[in-house]
Design a protein around this ligand. Structure first.
Ligand code: C2E
Ligand code: MG
Ligand code: MG
Length: 527
């Protein structure tokens, strides 16, 4: 017999019991208890009956849950992808026409530009605006307007070649990018097809309606701009197509645009050169060949450019012609000449200065007022010492207004010469009607008068005219003694030219005057 340790007192009791019972009874107890077989582990029958079905059931439920969850996840991710795709579409395509929008267009255009460089060919950007679309919208309503847009967009897309892009960038505005052009002319058939596509009538329900397109085109790389600029240039050209009567295309003028850019640059350059005081005047003497007298000097503007050196006037004046900056520069010339007169007078050199005045400046309404202000700023200078040479007389529009201005300036004491006489048109009318006391024979006639009989005839004619109209006459472009002799023979004593002196800085003038003597043959001439 065995007992649990904490029941130790039982041991004695049990032993006593064993001693008190018979051998037979002992055998019976042993038989009863030792025959019992103890089973360890689970019985197979239990497994078959219970464990398997229950675990299979649980497994099935788990699998079901897993499958369901998985399917849900999958659906969600498909939905997400759909959503993403939709967002992408909305970001890159126009909802109404399904055409690429501005964003995608920019992308495609940049790609095409890169391709152009690689393949060494051209592309065209066509900016299209429908003519008469607003009328359709107003008359038939927005829904019909939308239908029309869809139809026209489809047709225009058809009109393009494969690989071209058509984008809608606004209400009735479209842009086409046509790549792979060998010659710029290659875009023409496509443009014509686009015009036709836009202008063909559209039937919607009972209504037949018709619009057309105005197209502006620019070509890359002929128009060496960036993508944004290309679109802007095509847009500008489109406006010209509209102005020219619609239903047509207009090619952006690269050359003209360059001229505008260069002009803008020139204006900015002159502006800063003025601020930095880079302009100066050189002076070229004017003389009486017969008496040997120096009658004055002409002020000729120069630009002391920090990089280009001394720049002559014809290299920067034409680019600013007609712009406000040319007026400012013109006034600077007058003010500088007035200071110079004063400065020379202070050292005993009394010398009139003539300044060149553009027709544009002379025709400003406030010309006389401005001139009197400049004179007032130099009260020490007698206005008689200032003279004006009127350039491009042919550009004078209103002769009576100009002659009134000139008379008003005379009142102030300032005289006029007509420069470059003989060039341009209707010189005779100007001579008769403009109160200028002097005419300057253009250097081109004077220079060649010794070899060219026609030029000689012109010089002769101008001298005769001056006498007839009682004007003084001066010849410019006197390059040699012979020129002077010939001019004296014709009755022209006043002269200016390289044969006498080249234009020089103001500092050189006093010395030049004290040294200069007219050539003997000139002085000896007796008319
Ligand atoms: P212009 O008024 O007819 O000036 C005469 C031009 O002929 C000057 O050129 C002078 O240097 C040049 N010249 C003088 N003698 C001879 C000669 O014997 N042979 C040759 N081949 N040329 C001679 P420049 O200084 O280059 O000026 C050119 C033009 O620029 C001027 O023609 C005038 O129209 C304009 N200009 C000059 N200064 C001014 C200015 O301050 N304001 C304005 N608005 N125009 C100016
Ligand atoms: Mg002149
Ligand atoms: Mg001249």
């Amino acid at each position: 017999m065995a007992v649990r340790t904490e029941l130790e007192p039982l041991v004695g009791i049990l032993n006593k019991v064993f001693l008190s019972i018979s051998e037979k009874e002992k055998a019976e107890i042993a038989n009863n208890w030792l025959a019992v077989k103890v089973q360890t582990g689970i019985k197979l029958s239990t497994v078959v009956l219970w464990v398997l079905p229950i675990s299979s059931f649980l497994m099935l439920i788990a699998i079901l849950i897993f499958v369901r969850l998985n399917r849900k996840l999958k659906l969600e991710s498909i939905e997400n992808a759909e959503h993403h795709k939709q967002l992408q579409r909305m970001a890159h395509y126009d909802v109404l026409t399904n055409l690429p929008n501005r964003v995608l267009l920019a992308d495609r255009l940049s790609q095409s530009m890169v391709q152009c460089q690689r393949r060494n060919n051209s592309l065209a950007v066509a900016f299209m605006d429908l003519d008469g679309f607003k009328a359709v919208n107003d008359r038939y309503g927005h829904n019909v307007g939308d239908e029309l847009l869809i139809e026209v967009a489809d047709r225009m897309k058809e009109a393009l070649r494969e690989g071209d892009t058509l984008a809608r960038i606004g209400g009735d505005e479209f842009i086409a990018v046509m790549g792979d052009l060998e010659k710029s002319k290659d875009s023409e058939p496509v443009l014509k097809r686009l015009l036709k596509a836009a202008a063909d009538p559209v039937t919607l329900g009972d209504a037949v309606m018709q619009v057309s397109a105005s197209i502006g085109v620019t070509l890359y790389p002929q128009d060496a701009a960036d993508a944004d600029q290309l679109i802007r240039h095509a847009d500008e050209a489109m406006y010209i197509a509209k102005l020219a009567g619609k239903n047509r295309y207009h090619l952006f003028d690269t050359a003209q645009n360059n001229a505008v850019i260069i002009r803008g640059q020139s204006i900015a350059d002159v502006r800063s050169a003025l601020d930095r005081r880079e302009f100066l005047l050189h002076y070229q003497p004017k003389v009486n060949m017969n008496t040997g007298e120096v009658i004055g000097v002409e002020a000729l503007i120069r630009w002391q450019h920090p990089v280009r050196g001394l720049v002559p006037p014809l290299e920067f004046l034409p680019a600013i012609e007609g712009h406000a900056i040319s007026l400012e520069l013109g006034e600077w010339v007058i003010a500088t000449a007035l200071s110079q007169i004063n400065q020379w007078q202070s050292i005993g050199v009394n010398l009139p200065i003539s300044v060149n005045i553009s027709a544009y400046q002379l025709q400003q309404d406030n010309f006389t007022t401005r001139l009197s202000a400049l004179l007032a700023a130099h009260p020490e200078v007698n206005p008689h010492y200032l003279e004006m040479e009127i350039l491009e007389t042919s550009a004078l529009n209103d002769i009576s207004q100009v002659s009134a201005t000139m008379n008003a300036c005379h009142e102030l004491g300032v005289g006029f010469a007509l420069d470059d006489f003989g060039t341009g048109y209707s010189s005779l009318t100007y001579l008769r009607r403009l109160p200028a006391h002097m005419i300057k024979i253009d250097q081109s006639f004077v220079r060649d008068m010794l070899e060219d009989e026609d030029d000689l005839a012109i010089v002769k004619g101008v001298v005769g005219l001056a006498k007839a109209f009682k004007r003084e006459v001066i010849a410019e472009g006197v390059e040699t003694i012979e020129h002077g002799v010939e001019l004296l023979k014709l009755g022209c004593e006043l002269a200016q030219g390289y044969g006498i002196a080249r234009p020089m800085p103001s500092s050189g003038i006093p010395e030049w005057i004290s040294n200069w003597k007219a050539d003997d043959s000139w002085q000896a001439y007796k008319g």
